[in-house]
Design a protein around this ligand. Structure first.
Ligand code: COA
Length: 259
């Protein structure tokens, strides 16, 4: 697939996805949703990419779903749109590669929902966050009613969604919506530092640890521990486990398989 609205480059194992519709503050139209879904599926199986980063060109991360486009959709088409959005968010959330959101500016509506599907959220001091949908007569439809309360708690999620409140980066940090806030000029260095740290780890261990955490959060502790046992076994049975342990004993850096 050719990408009209996103730029993709790979640098030393890190796949950098840049939203590139700055004229619409990187709003998510149906075309870019399809492009992102295609790209993140490719990233999932690309041995050259160990960690993915998503950021926005210009002054916005993603200012939500494309309101102009949504205004032209029928009710049924709106439902289809939500299903496509859910598919994309799940492609990101369940990606075998960790995904870091480098939130450079507006993270609103569907943009904030996309950020919440990522494994880490690092924000610029200039970023702004919110779920403004109720002011447009709709509700968050790319997972926001479900992921936001799981991340920040029921009361705070209701405050953000029902009052359509926009908050700054420090408040987003305080409520646990983002993991770290940095000066705008430090954003990409901080994100790349985190990405490189993960790149040095065993890819299979990263993959199964991520999926054990995600799957375990959907079920009770007993089931979660069963998931952990099977996940542990997958890592333990791998060549990377042998290499990682031998490297430690031999006091040398581990050479993990690039998968
Ligand atoms: N969908 C479509 N276009 C959007 C958009 C969106 N979600 N958000 C911004 N844009 C467009 C604007 O229409 C404008 O286009 P134009 O230059 O052709 O008029 C351009 O991006 C710049 O936005 P503008 O509103 O002029 O910038 P601003 O700095 O005054 O305000 C925001 C920035 C983010 C506060 C404002 O654009 C906004 O409220 N956007 C909508 C956010 C939203 O409700 N998202 C959830 C959608 S479900």
């Amino acid at each position: 697939m050719e990408y009209k609205h996103i730029i993709f480059e790979v640098s030393e194992g890190v796949g950098i996805v840049t939203m590139n519709r700055p004229e619409a503050l990187n709003a998510l139209n149906l075309e870019v949703v399809a492009e992102l879904d295609d790209l993140f599926s490719r990233i999932d199986s690309d041995p050259e990419v160990k960690v993915a980063v998503i950021t926005g060109a210009g002054r916005s991360f993603i200012a939500g779903a494309d309101i102009e486009e949504m205004g032209r959709l029928t009710g049924d088409e709106g439902r289809e749109m939500v299903l496509k959005g859910h598919h994309l968010m799940s492609t990101i959330e369940n990606n075998r590669k960790p995904v870091i959101a480098a939130i450079n500016g507006y993270s609103l509506g569907g943009g904030n929902e996309l950020a919440m599907s990522c494994d880490f959220r690092i924000a610029s001091e200039k970023a702004k966050f919110g779920q403004p949908e109720v002011g447009l007569g709709i509700i968050p439809g790319y997972g926001g009613t479900q992921r936001l309360p799981r991340l920040v708690g029921k009361g705070m999620a209701k405050k953000l969604i029902l009052c359509a409140e926009t908050i700054d980066a420090q408040e987003a940090l305080r409520i646990g919506l983002v993991d770290k806030v940095v000066a705008p000029e430090e954003l990409m260095d901080t994100v790349m530092g985190l990405a490189r740290k993960i790149c040095a780890m065993a890819p299979i261990a990263i993959d199964v640890a991520k999926s054990a955490i995600n799957s375990g959060l959907q079920c009770d502790l007993k089931t979660g521990l069963r998931i952990e046992t099977e996940s542990f076994y997958r890592a333990f049975a791998s060549e990377d486990r042998v290499e990682g342990m031998h490297a430690f004993v031999e006091k040398r850096p581990a050479k993990f398989r690039n998968k």
